[in-house]
Write a protein that binds this ligand. Sequence first.
Ligand SMILES: *[C@@H]1O[C@H](CO)[C@@H](O)[C@H](O)[C@H]1NC(C)=O
Ligand SMILES: *[C@@H]1O[C@H](CO)[C@@H](O)[C@H](O)[C@H]1NC(C)=O
Ligand SMILES: *[C@@H]1O[C@H](CO)[C@@H](O)[C@H](O)[C@H]1NC(C)=O
Length: 700
Amino acid sequence: MSGQLADVWPGCIQRPRSSRSVTLCLVLPLLAVQLVLLISVHLDIAEAHKKGSCTNTHRDDALCDRLARQGQCDTKEWMLDNCERSCELCSRDKDDNARFRRILDEFYDYKSQEFPEYATYVGKHDYDDVLESFKMDAFDRRKNETERFLHRLKNLDPNKLSRINKRERRIVMSCLHAFVDGYKWREYGALNSINFLEGLANGPQWPIYSRLESEKDFERYLKRLAAVPDQINDQITLMKRAIKLKRSSHLVSVSRVPSMLKDLDVDMFFLVPFQHALTRQGFSPHTKLQMWDKARSLMPYVSQALNRLKQFMDKDYFDATREQPGVHSLPQGKQYYEACLKWYLGYDAKAEDVFSLGVSEVNRIEKLIKEVMMSVGFNGDLKTFFKHIETIPKFYNHSKEQILQNYRTMLDNQIIPKLATLFYNVSIAPITVISVERDGPWGSYGSGRFYVNLKEPEKRSTFTMMPLTLHEAYPGHHFQDLYSQHFDIPMYRAQPMNGRLYSVPFHFPVYSAYSEGWALYSEYLGHELGLYQDPYELFGRYVSEIFRACRLVVDTGIHAFGWSREQAIDFLNGYSDFPLSQIAAEVDRYITAPGQACAYKVGEIKIKNMRQKAEKALASMFDVKEFHHQILKIGYVPLDILEEVIEEWVQSKLKNDPSVTADYDDITTGESLASKHVTSNSLLLLLCITHWFVNYITFR
Ligand SMILES: *[C@@H]1O[C@H](CO)[C@@H](O)[C@H](O)[C@H]1NC(C)=O
Ligand SMILES: *[C@@H]1O[C@H](CO)[C@@H](O)[C@H](O)[C@H]1NC(C)=O
Ligand SMILES: *[C@@H]1O[C@H](CO)[C@@H](O)[C@H](O)[C@H]1NC(C)=O
């Protein structure tokens, strides 16, 4: 019996789920009465364990029912938890809302444990000593654990939850369901973790975001560094499996990888952040030297592993890349593609419907563009107009510094002063504009940083700068991020795990239709903010918009209808002034991340529809500031939930019920995500400027 107990208590202390449960663990042994009660419960659990019916992978509902009837616990759900996790004998949440919130916390913790580099990035440092696993059994484990969370949530009676928690329960369940549904496709994209868009070839991000303060932190960094070679080998193993199953990526997704790996300065990435932090610590010289030696001694293994990866890509993988750019060519490819669409859009979208939505949007926007062309007295077609614009000196041939300066001016002098016309209580948190040079998206955003692609700056037109800034900075992604951090949004969805797109749909949702839909809607808001004044600014706006409409056509064209890469490039080129190399890189991106590019337009249309509906229902009571507040306050959610939030708000306004519309407090605290990172910003900036970090950011 004591042997059994030993399983329980030390378990609590060794692997605390939260600091609260640690405290409870330490206090509870004193409560002898409770202990006696628990022992008898535990005996049954131990018995169940022996039968193998009450382990992490298997539950015995009948047993739990019986124990619940015997009055050994408050509710059946509590027993289910306890059957599964003896650690929870420590805590007896009686309140359903508290129990629900605890499950959310545990889920966030679990997600951080499975994706520790991401946790480091968002400032949660509990798992700084490990790396994400790329083993097949990790796939199974993630699915099993996710199902366990689902099970626990199903066992909560929603009627006992508050209005907010009831909704949160549905949000988290849809998130978990999406992951479990995606498991079916684990041997598709998830096997191919290396491409030009994101992942290892772009340089690891965790070194610069690691917490390096105590000696222990440094030891954890070293432990992680030592794990890098295995992680690389495991990724090679997965790619070998993809080759065997004939489910590899297309050549364009990986053709740039070997040269990227060759250019990867391993010391710069793995050693410099460590060294930089070490020199500033007050450890003894001996300790410092020891740590430094240890770090350096690990580097050859890291380099060798990267070389192995490079050779593998160069030789084996290239020869085995899939022939067609579209995933329709894979077994069950069309279903796989529609599963990706569903993951990004949040509903069962048919490729045909997305395609025709794209065509009709392209036609609609093209008419608007024609009107602008007429207004400047131009009668030719779009492509000739682009040629005409190329001869206007003010739009081209700017230096990198000039362009960066223009972005800043646009933000500070044009956009920010006007925001108060559409938003409540805006206080502005700083955003850094950073130039990067690579084959990839024109702009992107991550943690308080607005990245502008300035490869070949002289070829980049300036008349699309305004929509890009609205999209990435204010009132787009940056604003949205600040909002979601300010309100009490459960951590697991407050900072979506952008990136790891290769793994979709076997990935926790990041609600792209919501975030990208909002960002594109923000470009539209430029009209209402009076930021598209002259015809060329208006032209820039429509050119940006039509590009997103084209994506619906091209993404579905490639992945569902057999379009070739050239066909896609031709189509986009007809509607864009981008340099051809930029267009090709865009198409390669769509080939690499099936479905992702559809989130923008679909999300924007849905948000606009919600607004129209609300305007109609509320008439003179409609307040656009309030509408925007409602959209942003809920944080990253699936669009059906967003629709419900707006509907609820409309109803409450109609009924004059203030409870829904409360809390218009000051939404930005001035503290951006970036400032939470412990890493010195100067180093970060140095590294950002010399390298391109694309993990966990969101693209234009
Ligand atoms: C996941 O669950 C299945 C079915 O219960 C089980 O067979 C498998 O061993 C579990 N795998 C892992 C890694 O937990
Ligand atoms: C930009 O510079 C290139 C090369 O110097 C030149 O050929 C081109 O005409 C210039 N474009 C404009 C609009 O001034
Ligand atoms: C925010 O705006 C609301 C609505 O206009 C107002 O009632 C509230 O006082 C404002 N709060 C702050 C901190 O300015």
